[in-house]
Design a protein around this ligand. Sequence first.
Ligand code: ZN
Length: 226
Amino acid sequence: MASNRRAFLTATAVGALAAAPATAPTTATAAVGPHPHPTTAPAALAELLDGNRRYATDHSRHPDESRRLRRQLAAAQHPFAVIVGCIDSRVPPELVFDQGLGDLLCIRTAGEVLDEAVLASIQYGVEELRIPLVLVLGHERCGAVAATLAHLETGAPVPGHLALLVDEISPAARRTRALPGDWAEHTMRAHTAWVRDAIRADPAFTSAHVVAARFDLDTGLVSLLP
Ligand SMILES: [Zn+2]
């Protein structure tokens, strides 16, 4: 996989993706419509967590959905965070973090697994759009984790393309199998942290701050993982 990644992510290939390259931020916030964007990783994380608190307490502002902003964004985008999350319909990042158009670059796969398309998309956000923060978002009662655990418990074959999910999540499941408590929760946490660490260790992403977090389906709250 690594050699494929290197071959694909040449400077030329990444550069060609950038229809509207971002300019380097020089101020604490970049004025993009009515919702100033944070330009540092700590400020971006604070904005996400503030928005999540609004969402969880039913105080969402639903920012950045106006026709005026849509027209402004037509020329260029400057999202302030990359979210690597699950496809789960209950965890849409723009809603969970109370953000809108042009705010987040969201990459979603079942079980927030990594592959070359995901890594290339993160690199586009970090290098071309100069996004300072990558947040990996796992969540409780994840179907991809449940499918992985079911496969490990029964040994039943995994149909078709789902094998990729099981292959990617199984190491976390095996590492946590002996722990007391909720195996699915342990697996989700270990897998999400592993994805974070893999992104952190990749030299393509050294300019970004990378964190992992857990979304609670019951409370709507996002909490950072250690
Ligand atoms: Zn999920």
